[in-house]
Design a protein around this ligand. Structure first.
Ligand code: DUC
Ligand code: ZN
Ligand code: ZN
Length: 472
């Protein structure tokens, strides 16, 4: 009788700290053995010449998130998780978003209904807290954190989401007491509103002016303020989608002062620049996201931060709005002024290949750092480690087997999301997963997605160790 359900043989296994030539034995969906010449399995995969990496944890992506009237996300838990799996990701953490006036509990319950029976890989939820009423702060948030929803995002911009400084302090204090991780979207809402009005008064409403309305100082100021509020309350925070130098300088300053400020960046901040919003006609709308992509100099700062540990997490911020769609980038079927264009770019499937090719392939980061940024550290940040995010005995057998030499020219026709474009059309990458396993089951075989919708399980998150206060 075979010892294992599956053995991956002859591959090069990499974790965030090690690189090993060894076989991986899987039974009951878990990694149960790592070593040379393991006994036979019911199934075997020969990974000679391949890299055996932890499946990616995409800890910032948006799937089927309820939107304001008239808008709709193109990906639900089915198409989104299929697309993720085909790009080597095995866990996603999208957002259960509270609308103002809504109970947080209702938002979480609604999001479970949206996920039910659809996911092909495992998923957890962050929450978005947009209305921190007394009930939310005193009852719902502590209760939900104790039930496994141990991270939430807050916004410093967007009228329907933003919190003022006092509200931010209140939610940070709850996070500190309960041990949750707070993610912060750091842009100054009033600066953006004022600049947007100036641009509109001058008739400058094309997509490219989205970037003009959100210059770096808007992000720098909010990043600085978020850090100060975190210091005041003495609770770690994670600044999401950092776009470049000035925000990085604030985070570096915080690190120099011993503050626990974590940071995330995304592919758009080294692949795109503000010039990508300045395409023929209305096409720049495809690359509208917030904060906006910057310039080449800022891209270099992003690379430096990815290499030197300033960034802990590398996520897609997949925000799936179709381009030629009245519920997407053309609200109501029209080419609208930039302020009405939904923010976000798609990227669940291309996140890992872009970082692998541009980062590992071009010598900007090493393989261990790639694993840390894309799998291990996001799992640690959000209380999923060591079940997720590494290859270790006892952990889930969530594994992506990569052909590091596979050459792929990215084309939207070959991606599996439900968005009608990719910002990376025509980009050549070297390296792509050839098999993705979720709890030992093949969910991508290098050609087609596999695995039934609904096989993906909801994950309750533990209290993340990095969210511990300094106790000053
Ligand atoms: N923030 C996100 O995290 N995603 C899409 C849009 C935004 O502003
Ligand atoms: Zn955001
Ligand atoms: Zn986002």
């Amino acid at each position: 009788m075979e010892d294992f359900d599956l053995v991956i043989r002859n591959g090069t296994v990499a974790t965030a700290s090690d690189i090993m030539q060894c076989d991986v034995g899987i039974a009951g969906g878990k990694v149960v053995a790592m070593g040379r010449n393991l006994a036979s399995g019911k199934r075997e995969i020969d990974a000679a010449g391949k890299l055996v990496l932890p499946g990616g944890v995409d800890s910032h992506c948006h799937l089927d998130q309820p939107m304001e009237e008239g808008l709709e996300m193109a990906d639900d838990f089915r198409s989104g998780t299929i697309s993720a799996a085909c790009g080597g990701t095995t866990t996603v953490i999208p957002f259960a978003a509270q609308a103002k006036g809504q109970s947080l509990r209702a938002a979480v319950e609604d999001y479970h209904r949206r996920a039910e029976g659809k996911a092909v890989i495992d998923y957890a939820f962050h929450m978005i807290v947009s209305d921190p009423t007394e009930k939310v702060l005193k009852e719902e948030l502590p209760q939900l954190i104790s039930e496994g929803y141990t991270s939430f995002k807050i916004y410093m911009t967007y009228d329907d989401l933003k919190l003022n400084d006092r509200q931010i302090i209140d939610v940070l204090a709850i996070a500190r007491r309960e041990g949750a991780m707070v993610m912060i979207h750091a842009e100054n809402a009033d600066c953006i509103a004022w600049l947007t009005e100036q641009l509109e008064d001058a008739g400058l409403t094309a997509p490219k002016y989205h970037a003009t309305s959100r210059p770096m100082l808007v992000e720098r100021e909010a990043t600085h303020r978020a850090i100060a509020l975190s210091e005041l309350v003495d609770v770690p925070i994670l600044i999401v989608h950092v776009s470049g130098k000035e925000a990085i300088e604030q985070i570096r300053w915080a690190h120099g002062h011993g503050l626990r400020i974590y940071a995330e960046t995304c592919p758009q901040y080294f692949m795109l620049t503000a010039d990508d919003l300045d395409q023929e006609g209305y096409h720049g709308a495809k690359c509208i996201c917030s904060p906006p992509p910057r310039d080449k100099e800022n891209q270099q700062y992003i690379w430096d931060g990815l290499a030197n540990g300033l960034f802990t997490v590398f996520s897609s911020d997949h925000a799936p709005f179709r381009y030629a769609d009245p519920k997407g980038k053309m609200p109501g079927g029209k080419e609208v002024p930039f302020r009405y264009i939904p923010n976000g770019t798609p990227g669940l499937e291309t996140r890992l290949p872009l970082l692998f090719s541009e980062g590992v392939g071009k010598g900007r980061i090493d393989l261990n750092r790639f694993v840390a940024l894309t799998a291990t550290d996001p799992a640690k940040m959000y209380g999923l480690y060591p079940q997720k995010g590494t290859i270790a005995i006892g952990g889930d057998a969530d594994i992506a087997i990569w052909d590091p030499h596979k050459e792929v020219v990215i084309a939207n026709d070959n991606l599996h999301h439900n968005v009608d474009y990719t910002p990376y059309e025509g980009v050549a990458v070297t390296g792509w997963p050839v098999v993705t396993l979720s709890r030992g089951e093949v969910v991508y075989d290098g050609k087609e997605p596999q695995g039934a919708a609904g096989r993906g399980e909801f994950l309750k998150c533990g209290l993340p160790d990095p969210a511990r206060p300094r106790k000053r």
